[in-house]
Design a binder for this molecule. Structure first.
Ligand code: N01
Length: 544
């Protein structure tokens, strides 16, 4: 694997021996946490493995990387001044534009002085007698804190595929989530890419323009919708800035953290002609959710979903000229049950002479060789291989740290059969440990920044409540946690989500328990439940 330029010496500063709160991660969660903790006059230390802020947008620098929520909605709401002064350029900004925004926030709120960069947290142990956590880093530092917050993101523990011979390849290899900071020039190269999730779908068209030849290895086709990205118009920016408060409130009350019209009809109640006209309009909008929110039952009824699936299949067949390639690109699972993608020229790219699709369902990869990739029928030779193979999602970043709660209980052990949380924020056996957008919360099924702000606010309100009442520890009861896990599963069972082998289900990691991890009940409903828990004196938690 190529080593990017962030492989630099450790932060020269030694962190203080204690703080009120230790936060892991300086992405959008960690930055907002730090800002608010300072406002509460609590001492805070943030540890970050990268050399700068930005989290996801620091690491994922692959060609074509963009967010697929619109910039004016994918931004912090906590500071009206920030909202008003910041100038977004594109509707769906590129990774460099989002990273610039994160850096601007770090500068504006002077965040970096409490962030220890190039520092990885390796272990954390709870001391029940003192109600404190001791957090250890890969530089041998140890910090004791009253509260420990994992702000490590849902998609940060990257994953290579389990294919024999990975280290044998003699050419260059890259993972989309660890792209070299200096970029990669594929000019004149024969490139192979494994994976067709969001990272693959975004990078394939850009790499195809540069490489002499690009071969895409696809195990499961993605549903990809055109982004229709463009520069923002001054009048739409001005309109949003004039109405930001109402828009933010609508985000918080919505299903996905994005205000969308609420459908009133079943897809099966209308004629095929009417339905297709609605889907066509949604396809033109350039949005992840426009098709899925066209009718009430697209996420819950197979028959309804089949109508949207057929529409997208028709689009793929219209765009992709080679009939076999078009068939191979048509997904066979319900639309929306694996994370859909937003693209620029994804399907069109398969019409280029220098791009080839290998359907791994017909000819699976056998091994990686010195020269390239061997499938069941032949070997493909490459100068470079790109792994767009995703993440150990939602739990990987949490269980990669050796977290030990009461009586030495390890989080890895406690979650052996799947993550167990109350509200996706805390876990029984781990007092004073909070997770931002943890498993069991809407997180990845929402506009992440909306969910991040809600969790940070809730967690800091809880800490404020403890401090005002002279309390030292907060921990969910096993009963409240079991009921929440049951509720998360029950909501998922009403949907089509469990029908796909997705990372939502842990299906991309061999041996990972098959559990639907995010909360599918919607951001607005979820917020109400969290607020009710707090209003009832943190019902379901033991405060001591
Ligand atoms: O990862 P993925 P990603 N042999 O897990 C394939 C967010 N995101 O990095 O589906 C062959 O989606 C795997 O195949 P399969 C977004 O939430 C957002 O693309 O397991 N193939 C799949 O095709 C997204 O969902 C943005 O059969 C193998 C691919 O690798 C999430 O991050 C941009 C394989 C992995 O796809 C993850 O996206 C990027 C093997 N052994 C990411 N192992 C935006 O906001 C894995 N694969 C736009």
């Amino acid at each position: 694997m190529s080593v990017s330029s962030n492989n630099q010496p450790s932060d020269p500063r030694t962190p203080p021996a204690s703080a009120d709160v230790v936060v892991v991660g300086a992405g959008f969660s960690g930055m907002y946490l730090l800002h608010r903790l300072r406002a509460m006059n609590l001492s805070a230390i943030v540890f970050e493995a990268g050399t700068d802020v930005g989290g996801t947008w620091y690491w994922n620098r692959y060609p074509g990387a963009r967010v697929d929520v619109e910039s004016l909605a994918y931004s912090y709401s906590f500071s009206e001044e920030l909202e008003q002064e910041y100038e977004w350029e594109e509707r769906y900004p590129t990774q460099p534009e989002i990273l610039r925004y994160a850096q601007h926030v770090a500068d504006r709120f002077d965040l970096r002085r409490d962030i220890y960069f190039r520092t990885r947290v390796t272990a954390a142990v709870y001391d029940e007698n003192h109600a404190t956590w001791t957090i250890r880093t890969d530089h041998g530092d140890a910090v004791t804190a009253r509260f420990f917050v994992m702000a490590t993101g849902c998609l940060s523990a990257s994953k290579l595929p389990e294919i024999p011979g990975l280290s044998r390849f003699q050419g260059a290899t890259y993972h989309t989530a660890h792209w070299p900071h200096e970029g990669v020039d594929f000019t004149g190269m024969r490139v192979g890419i494994i994976g067709t999730g969001s990272s693959g779908v975004q990078s394939i068209p850009v790499i195809a323009e540069q490489a002499a030849d690009l071969t895409v290895f696809q195990r499961t086709p993605a549903y990809s919708l055109p982004a229709r990205n463009r520069r923002l118009r001054p009048e739409e920016i001005a309109e949003m800035k004039a109405n930001y408060r109402a828009f933010r409130q609508a985000q918080r009350e919505s299903g996905f953290g994005l205000p969308t019209p609420i459908p009133t009809q079943s897809a099966l109640e209308v004629s095929e002609e009417e339905r297709n006209a609605v889907y066509e309009k949604a396809w033109e909008v350039g949005s992840l959710v426009a098709i899925l929110t066209s009718y009430t039952d697209l996420t819950t009824s197979q028959e309804a979903n089949d109508t949207a699936k057929a529409f997208v299949h028709r689009k793929i067949r219209e765009i992709v000229k080679d009939p076999q390639t078009a068939e191979d690109l048509c997904p066979d699972y319900p639309l929306g049950t694996k994370r859909p993608c937003l693209d620029t020229n994804y399907y069109e790219t398969y019409n280029r002479d220098n791009v080839h699709l290998v359907n791994l369902r017909r000819t699976p990869i056998v091994k990686i060789t010195e020269r390239g990739i061997r499938c069941s029928d032949r070997e493909y030779e490459f100068d470079a291989i790109v792994y767009a193979t995703g993440f150990d999602a939602m739990t990987g970043a949490l269980t990669n740290v050796d977290i030990r709660g009461r009586d030495g209980l390890s989080i890895k052990e406690a979650w052996r059969a799947g993550p167990r949380t109350y509200l996706g924020i805390a876990s029984a056996g781990f007092p004073n440990l909070f997770m931002i957008t943890g498993p069991g919360s809407p997180s990845v099924l929402s506009n992440m920044i909306v969910s991040i702000e809600q969790h940070v606010d809730w967690v800091l309100d809880a800490i404020g409540h403890l401090d005002r009442n002279g309390l030292k520890a907060i921990e969910p009861t096993v009963e409240a946690q079991d009921a929440w896990v049951d509720h998360v599963n029950e909501i998922a069972s009403y949907t089509l989500y469990p029908k796909a082998n997705s990372w939502y289900m842990g299906a991309n990691v061999p041996g990972k328990p098959r559990v639907f991890m995010p909360y599918a009940g919607g951001v607005g409903e979820y917020r109400k439940k969290c607020d009710e828990v707090a209003a009832r004196g943190y019902e379901g938690f033991v405060l001591s």
